[in-house]
Design a protein around this ligand. Structure first.
Ligand code: TXE
Length: 508
């Protein structure tokens, strides 16, 4: 049953929550209005779920877990339903991409890529549901065998941000389902439509009611109530490091498993012996993809001092060719930022970088010309000569701002890469395999890309070190975040116990 309550002639989508396979409106609270950040137009309204709605959603997930059938289905059966889910989502890719593009402000052309990723994640998780198995120990002792199984943890709370609403959901949801968990999703209050639509599609694919629930609302109220609910067993969160600390504290109080995928400040290290043409293209892509609103954005370019001048000139020239504009224009490379306050925060970083003595090479301002006046558009921006101690070098900007600095030798490149609290991803470009391996060993991050950037596959675990988070999602490790192992030990024959054998009847 669709969560869309009404779509008026002005095409404003009005949604209820999705609980136990049906729409559930939030009584008594003002709906949350979402304005398209590229035009300022009202495009969607979501319910602001209070504690009563969160409670109903967790209880629905609890029933679907405790009474089944979801966790009791065979792996093959869960895999079959997940494959069907992937097929149904595949059929709706264009519509879902349009929703994410409109609510995030990202180019539709690139949102289509997000949705391809969503389908690939669900398909991969289906393969894990089918092939997952435990381990056994048969060599421990004569007459003694042990085996370990992986059991679903229970009800999972999935808290999702706004930069890749459908894609980040797909890095969690199908893995939780493959493990046998039931879920309550809390999408960002800025971009909730695709999660609600995807919950409908799960139902249409035959995944039973109550297995996938979605509550919409603000983080500190709806999100916090969800994490603190005693019926939740595991929390998977993607968002800011500051909020991640609060989420971890709340999960800690409830002794719940928690996975945190937080911010990043990736370095893109380019040595003089690299394929410089490919490295320059990738530097531009990594910095400005998704308006730089990406936890793995290559927001720091560290360039070998021997080639710095020419290479930076090439990167700046290529950045100048990027088209910033309306998300639904097929020619657009860079869309609008998520909202005005975020644009202000990015501009504050720009002002701070200038004060700290960095050299503005391109951009640096809001764009209002050419029909962009009503949106939160920012020019792709590059600063040279960025000091390693400055805010721009160390803090996540989450906007189209690239910080450039030079290094001299591999040790210096590693030192600069690690000069931030974050540790999510980094990249290195070189034709020398020894340099590539040495630098990747020194980089303190969950992912290292060699001669590529912002790349991947659903098979490859993703997550961070340091302030970038705890745990891994996606791939086999992503499945394990939602399961608990059980060790079963079996002994036959004589058991040698350290206590004296109990007296027999005759001996008394
Ligand atoms: O994130 P929040 P915001 C970074 C990026 C960005 C900054 C702020 O630097 O500029 O964070 O973005 C929910 N309990 N990233 O404010 O607050 C919230 O409703 C439970 C990096 O949007 O972390 C939303 O669903 N939930 C990042 C989600 O958490 C809470 C992606 C993220 O919101 C909550 C996004 C609470 N107390 C931002 N408070 C990445 N790693 O990709 C908020 N939420």
């Amino acid at each position: 049953m669709s969560n869309v309550i009404a779509s008026s002639s002005t095409n404003v989508r009005r949604y209820a929550n999705h609980v136990d396979g049906a729409p559930l409106d939030a009584s008594g609270s003002e709906p949350i209005a979402r304005h398209d950040p590229a035009s300022g137009r009202l495009v969607a309204q979501y319910a602001d779920a209070g504690p009563d709605v969160v409670d109903a959603a967790v209880l629905a997930a609890r029933r679907a877990f405790d009474d089944g059938p979801w966790p009791l289905l065979s792996g093959a059966e869960r895999a079959r339903l997940l494959r069907r889910f992937a097929t149904v989502v595949d059929g709706e890719r264009e519509r879902l991409a349009a929703l994410d593009s409109q609510e995030v402000g990202k180019p539709l052309r690139l949102a289509r890529g997000d949705l391809e990723g969503v389908v690939a994640q669900i398909e991969f998780a289906a393969s894990l549901a089918h092939t997952d198995h435990g381990s056994s120990w048969t060599q421990l002792d004569t007459g003694f065998v042990a085996y370990a199984t992986h059991e679903p943890l229970g009800v999972a709370a999935l808290i999702v941000p706004w930069n890749f609403p459908a894609l980040i959901l797909s890095q969690k949801l199908p893995y939780a389902l493959a493990a046998g968990c039931t879920v309550v999703v809390k999408p960002s209050e800025l971009t909730s439509s695709s999660a609600l639509e995807i919950a409908d599609l799960a139902l249409a694919a035959g995944i039973p009611p109550g297995v996938v629930n979605v509550v919409t609302g603000y983080g500190p109220t709806t999100g916090q109530a969800l994490i603190e609910h005693p019926g939740v067993d595991v929390v998977s969160f993607t968002g800011s490091t500051a909020t991640g600390r609060e989420v971890a504290a709340a999960a800690g109080r409830g002794l719940k498993r928690v996975g945190l995928e937080l911010g990043g400040k990736a370095a893109n290290v380019v040595f003089a012996d690299a394929d410089l043409d490919a490295a320059a293209d990738a530097a531009v892509f990594a910095a400005f993809f998704n308006q730089g609103e990406c936890c793995v954005s290559g927001s720091r370019l560290l360039i070998d001092v021997r080639i710095a001048e020419d290479f930076v000139a090439t990167v700046v020239a290529r950045a100048a060719t990027l088209v910033t504009g309306a998300p639904d224009d097929e020619a657009t490379d860079v869309g609008a930022l998520i909202h005005e306050r975020h644009l202000d925060k990015v501009l504050d970083h720009v002002a701070g970088a200038t004060e700290a003595g960095a050299h503005l090479l391109i951009g640096g301002a809001r764009l209002t010309g050419g029909g962009l006046a009503d949106g939160a558009f920012m020019a792709p921006t590059i600063f040279g000569g960025v000091d390693a101690g400055s805010r721009l070098f160390r803090e996540e900007v989450f906007g189209p701002v690239l910080a450039v600095a030079t290094f001299d030798g591999a040790d210096d490149a590693i030192r600069l890469t690690n000069a931030t609290d974050y540790g999510l991803s980094n990249a290195v470009w070189t034709s020398d395999v020894g340099t590539a391996l040495a630098v990747s060993e020194g980089m303190r991050s969950g992912t290292v890309w060699i001669n590529t950037n912002i790349d991947g596959s659903p098979a490859l675990a993703f997550g961070g070190m340091k302030a970038s988070g705890i745990g891994r999602e996606v791939g086999f490790e992503g499945l394990r975040e939602f399961s608990s192992s059980k060790t079963v030990q079996l002994r036959r024959g004589d058991r040698a116990l350290p206590f004296p054998r109990a007296a027999t009847e005759e001996g008394r």
